[in-house]
Design a protein around this ligand. Structure first.
Ligand SMILES: [Zn+2]
Ligand SMILES: [Zn+2]
Length: 265
């Protein structure tokens, strides 16, 4: 699988000289297999995709939850409005709130001048399952309630004997053992590191982890590599540098994800 980080920021997009190294666009990740382009979340990072690129004929959107930083780019994703792709969208149902409700909210005419679901070309919107295959991927999902309001979906994506775990907007907590088991032996773990340990003290229950928590999950689950992810919009590059350094003391195979970073696993 080939993974590209389109946006690694949490909460809201930022720009300027203090954010050049890691980038300011919010959460979006592209994973390509031979015939499928999987896009996990559609924050503003999705605008990094360009029409001239070669996408696979199957385009699958996968959502972790519907907070604004994970859907804000969706109305501007040209893949929704371009012929020649088979499109599917998988999003969790949180009680009675579904992917369709999220699309409707996002398209409120007071907030956006067009209705996404009306403008987009044929797209299958499907409820998320716990374990399913799509294109060359096996997709496993795990629900955690450790993110406000409705919780969060963690993903484990496997293809040709390789695996990547994604835990964005997750606060390590009482379901730690279950989560570590879910990510057991992944080649790559992408984990929320929104806060430094000092900040975390005042932000318990906000639904995010520290770089130390991310490193502990990577270590306990025996991941091959850890990428810190979903950085606080107030964290300038030097703060993320320090987070990376601290996490490496616990789990040496750690790096901070950067916008535009590509890797093959
Ligand atoms: Zn977020
Ligand atoms: Zn969130």
């Amino acid at each position: 699988m080939r993974i590209r980080f389109l946006g690694v920021r949490g909460s809201c997009p930022v720009s300027g000289k203090n954010f050049r190294k890691y980038g300011g666009n919010t959460t979006a990740i592209l994973i390509n297999s031979e015939d499928t382009s999987l896009i996990i979340d559609a924050g503003t990072g999705i605008t990094n995709l360009e029409e001239r690129e070669n996408f696979r004929e199957n385009v699958v959107f996968l959502f972790t939850h519907y907070h604004l930083d994970h859907v804000l780019g969706l109305p501007f994703a040209f893949l929704l409005y371009t012929q020649g792709y088979r499109r599917k969208m998988y999003g969790p149902d949180f009680g009675k709130f579904s992917m369709n409700d999220a699309l409707d909210l996002l398209s409120n005419p007071r907030l956006l001048p067009f209705k996404v679901s009306r403008k987009m070309l044929e797209t299958q919107i499907l409820p998320l399952k716990e374990d399913f295959t799509e294109g060359g991927f096996r997709i496993l999902s795990l629900y955690s309630r450790n993110h406000p309001l409705d919780g969060i979906i963690l993903y484990r994506i496997e293809s040709r004997g390789k695996s990547v775990g994604i835990a964005t907007d997750y606060e390590l907590g009482d379901d730690r053992e279950k989560v570590v088991e879910f990510f057991r032996g992944v080649d790559l773990l992408v984990h929320d590191a929104q806060y430094t340990p000092e900040e975390y003290e005042g932000k318990r229950g906000y639904g995010h982890s520290t770089e130390i928590m991310a490193a502990e999950v990577a270590k306990d689950s025996q991941a091959g590599k850890l990428l810190l992810f979903h950085f606080d919009p107030f964290h300038r590059d030097h703060v993320v540098d320090e987070q990376e350094k601290r996490a490496r003391e616990i789990f040496p195979e750690t790096a901070a994800a950067r916008e535009g970073m590509e890797l093959e696993i």
